[in-house]
Design a protein around this ligand. Structure first.
Ligand code: OGA
Ligand code: NI
Length: 337
């Protein structure tokens, strides 16, 4: 008989009917049951992108949210609902394939790239684990894509993801433009400083199986994204939380909305004017949560630092300028930047 290796959370979940293994139990100061703000007084802003008859108002909303929350949801973003529904459907179908079929796409051991099917990215202190499996692959630019990590099953996976990437460009450009104007730049300047047409779109699918003790476990542990920014599609199961002024807030599910996260590279490029958001995810007792973040990143050898226009004698750089690949290496290995 084939021995089952309990590497994937999906396998652990299928065997955990009441309790959960000890390595998934968070320390008390992290447990979502006792650390989440109850009864939503404040929430992550929702921004209507069709407000562009009043361009000034839309701009202000994006800039304020990026400074104070580092996270916001956008509605009326011009990505058709059926494009998002299809993206969700093909990703879900992949994760519902038999385990052996998914392992074909496993990230090769020792590989330099993060692409592939896997479990847990960062080494956690205390050996704790998140209740989540994932698949990573790039979806843009075409020259950066490695189709080896794109599921062949379901057969429409490729076409669906290519279509989503195509529709994302409009949202990416609008966000860069607003963030650029918010810094007092011309509309095109921030995206250019971020790598322009070399920008890489890295898709991740997070798959959070049902968990018998959602009060004790976390999906993705608290972190900020390394990207410039991240555009995330969730499914209908709540779980994303944002940290603001010392508290954890649930991010409510809005059908067809995109959740925008300001990442570390925009914080650096803006010399701290925009804030990358600390966030984490909880899991559900009965339902499977799935999310589709796309991380907007520069190529690995591209240097990012505070924009020269924002730095002078009175405003010294608050961050080092370094290659993105070096930034990622330090962050994943917990080496100070
Ligand atoms: C991530 C992340 C949030 C979510 O994968 O970086 O923060 O809602 N995911 O799954
Ligand atoms: Ni994240």
């Amino acid at each position: 008989m084939k021995k089952m290796v309990l590497e994937r959370v999906q396998d652990v979940a299928s065997l955990s009917k009441e309790g959960i293994p000890e390595e998934y139990i968070r320390s008390e100061d992290e447990q979502p049951g006792s650390t989440t703000v109850q009864g939503g007084v404040l929430e992550v802003p929702t921004i209507d992108m069709r407000d562009d008859q009043d361009e000034e108002k839309l701009l202000r909303a994006i800039v304020e949210a990026s400074k104070h929350w580092g996270m916001f949801q956008v509605v009326n973003h011009e990505i058709p609902a059926e494009v998002i529904t299809k993206l969700q459907a093909v990703g879900k179908e992949f994760f519902e394939l038999p385990q052996e079929e998914k392992e074909v796409y496993a990230k090769p051991p020792g590989s330099q790239s993060i692409e592939g099917y896997g479990t847990m990215l960062q080494k956690e202190l205390g050996g704790k684990k998140g209740w989540v499996d994932h698949l990573f692959h790039k979806i843009w630019p075409p020259s950066a894509i490695n189709y080896h990590f794109w599921p062949k099953n379901p057969p429409s996976y490729r076409e669906t993801n290519e279509k989503y990437a195509k529709y994302l460009h409009g949202v990416v450009d609008k966000l860069f433009k607003s963030l650029s104007l918010g810094l007092g730049f011309e509309g095109h300047e921030l995206k250019e400083a971020a790598g322009g047409d070399e920008l890489v779109y890295l898709l991740k699918i997070n798959y959070y199986p049902p968990c018998p003790r959602p009060d004790l476990a976390l999906g993705v542990v608290a972190h900020t994204d390394m990207s410039f920014f991240t555009i995330l599609v969730p499914n209908e199961v709540d779980g994303l939380q944002a940290f603001k002024d010392g508290h954890w807030y649930n991010v409510k599910y809005i059908p067809n909305a995109l959740v925008i996260h300001i990442g570390d590279q925009i914080e650096i490029l803006s010399n701290g004017k925009y804030k990358s958001v600390l966030h984490r995810t909880t899991v559900d007792k009965e339902k499977t949560r799935i999310s589709w973040p796309v991380f907007l990143e520069p190529p690995s050898d591209f240097e990012v630092g505070p924009h020269p226009k924002l730095v002078n004698e009175d405003n010294p750089p608050k961050y080092k300028t370094k290659k993105y690949g070096d930034y990622v290496y330090c962050k994943l290995n917990k080496i100070p930047q």
